[in-house]
Write a protein that binds this ligand. Sequence first.
Ligand code: SER
Length: 614
Amino acid sequence: MTANELRQKYLDFFKSKGHSIIPSGSLIPENDPTVLFTTAGMHPLVPYLMGENHPGGARVANAQKCIRTGDIDDVGDNRHLTFFEMLGNWSFGDYFKKEAIEWSWEFLTDKKWLGIDPKRLYVTVFKGNDDSPIDQFSIDTWQEQFAKAGIKAEVCPYNNPVNGNADFRIFSLPAKDNWWGPAGETGPCGPCSEMFLDVEPSKGPMRKTFDEEVDGFRIMEIWNDVFMEFNKTKEGKFEKLEQKNVDTGMGLERTIAVLSGKRDAFDSDVFYNIFNKIEQLSGKKYNDAEDTAKAMRIIADHIKAATFIMGDDKGITPSNTDQGYVVRRLIRRAIRYGKQIGIKDELWTKEIAKVVSHDFSEHYPELRKNIDFIINNLKDEENKFSKTLERGLKEFEKVLSVDGITGVEAFNLYQTYGFPIEMTKELAAEQRVKVDEKGFENELKKHQDLSRSASAGKFKGGLADASEETKRLHTAAHLLLASLRKVLGNHVFQKGSNITAERLRFDFSHPEKMTDEQKQEVERLVNEVIGKNLPVIQEEMSLDEAKKRNAMGVFESKYGERVKVYTVGEGDNVFSMEICGGPHVEKTGELGKFKIKKEESSSAGVRRIKAVWE
Ligand code: SER
């Protein structure tokens, strides 16, 4: 089965169960300043899990683009991926455990769908703790499913060895394994039930504990059903949500590999064309040596991830902060490994991006749309780094000593040769020496160039509360866009936004610097609308209807058939109308006095405004 086939089957199946198929949300979370990337399918859907109405209804399914940066330096083995697709189905207060489990079983075992032999399946459930009891309902429901295949499914207590008992099919595990979420500090979460496939059924029944069999890669996870009925509060309490939700996630790359009996997440058609291109460029074969395979996995994963991030309509480019820093790290690490396997071509990373765009544009058309932008940025970044890489590696060898790399040396490698600190650490680890990271951070601070991303905290991710402050700035962003179009013209479109509790950052298409008069006029218009205390009205409608009414669409590719539209003003007094997920204030009078702090270039043809409340 190919990845396209699995994706399509999954979506067709859930469509047949009354789900609306919605497009992937953006890889860059909207209005969530605490996290750089979307890390799971549920991430963009948090408001709906918390009770907001989704325009697609109470049952939706999709394939979501995800990035997990915590593992970047582990990529190279055959399991970790930076970018992956997550297939998921959701119930927003509609169906719950029974249907979720029955449909998981049907999709996995029915010949019409995946047709997996039920004897190869094992499941886990939550064993209970002080916050929530053992998930007996899921145990019963799973037993009913296994019984359909004539399998007596018994529960194996946590950490007991299976000892060849083929009846042990259900494993009850603690919260560290079977409680999912929240994605950040607070938010929706709940017990989960995971499905595993035996990749070596010929070995007969398992003998060791479940954990050991999973660690030994005999038993591989393919799907996770989360029963989100709790909200974790700031105080760390688990409160029942008003609605019971389902959030499921199936990692596409891993599942496609496991289904064909492979343990290697890279061993599927998701990566074959990319590997072929790398083999062509390097003149080496993937199977030549483990080192070569490792380098090729890193290049494939990293350039694919960078392509998806830059291709996400938000105009992210390599830089020293936030998402841009991750893109920079990915590209530079790939370039270093490219050199290691003997790629001599100049500006070769774009060749990989073309393959990614070719292979994935059918489902993610934004890649095709943004391919020139992606290619140009890859070329720029490679130009910058290739020149200094060789000299930097020489410098690294020169300063290398048994005592490790000092902060000053690491900073010099960063400043003069463009080595991300993570790369210096990796090079040092290969020589079994350490880098004085604290010293590096101090140097960086001294040079007034502290990369927020490099200071680790931001990589951990997490969702913030949709706090009042970000909500107000979000509404201000709509007023800003409408005002910019009035003052500068209709060529202005939103290219991205990022909101923290303190400020709004807004990127838009415009070819030149704004004059002081233009900035003042934009501020004046925004503040005028705030002064009028206009209502902000939310409506749901079809995408066609929204287009007919000339609602501003920001990122075409990510809308479903039904959308939410926010209108500021009424009747003849409509100031702004945008397709948007929300949330927003109810009246513009809730906003403060709007002030543009800065207007600068963001990338070619794109300007960036930073704005605050005065
Ligand atoms: N949120 C869960 C996960 O990421 C299920 O989708 O595994």
